[in-house]
Design a protein around this ligand. Structure first.
Ligand code: S6P
Ligand code: ZN
Length: 195
């Protein structure tokens, strides 16, 4: 038997390729979600500005692979999020943000392209942010709400890996929000506490 044959794949794995320059996932079984301006009611501070924008303009889209059922214990999911550059009032285009429904579940993010900010809020509602740039790796602890803003001039793409039993709690953010917002103040991305 040649050494090569010992190394050949016998079990089909994920039939997916993640493009390392764009973040794009290519292959079978990729689930896609798009969030446009019309889907972002109540997320940005300046609702009038949101209403004045083209409602079909895309804010972000997600591609993800779910090798096991959502909610099942023991698996891992993988996804790419692409956030367009843009503003709603003085806030950058950003994701809705969520806690994991199972608060004991963390997550990894890695930036592929663009410039962003990972906004994190712990269980005591203390909000901080980490700059995102190509290659930056971010460990999101359990019990921590997370949201990403695109603070650059081009698409921000990042990879995420999270446990299959994490789930998503969007309601807590929809009702209470984060305790601070990332706003453009004198041209600089600045975390401003909510009143
Ligand atoms: C999943 C992970 C990401 C987000 C995506 C969109 O746990 O954190 O894949 O789902 O970035 O953000 P959101 O807040 O709309 O789910
Ligand atoms: Zn998450």
């Amino acid at each position: 038997m040649s050494p090569q044959s010992n190394c050949s794949a016998t079990e089909p794995g994920l039939q997916i390729v993640a493009d390392i320059s764009s973040g794009e996932l290519v292959g079978e079984g990729i689930q896609r979600v798009t969030r446009a301006i019309k889907d972002m009611k109540g997320i940005f501070r300046d609702e009038k500005s949101r209403q004045s924008l083209s409602q079909d303009a895309v804010v972000y889209r997600v591609q993800a692979v779910y090798p096991v059922g959502e909610g099942e214990e023991g698996g891992l999911f993988w996804g790419t999020t692409f956030i367009e550059p843009g503003m709603v009032g003085d806030e950058y285009f950003m994701t809705k943000g969520h806690f994991h429904a199972n608060r004991h579940r963390g997550e990894y993010y890695m930036t592929v392209t663009g410039r962003g900010a990972l906004i994190l809020m712990d269980e005591n509602r203390r909000t901080t942010f980490e700059p995102m740039h190509p290659g930056s790796l971010h460990y999101i602890r359990a019990n921590t709400a997370h949201r990403v803003a695109n603070i650059g001039e081009s698409v921000l793409a990042f990879w995420a890996c999270w446990p299959s039993d994490a789930g998503h709690d969007y309601d807590s953010i929809a009702s209470l929000g984060f305790s601070a917002r990332l706003r453009k103040v004198n041209g600089i991305a600045t975390l401003v506490e909510e009143p």
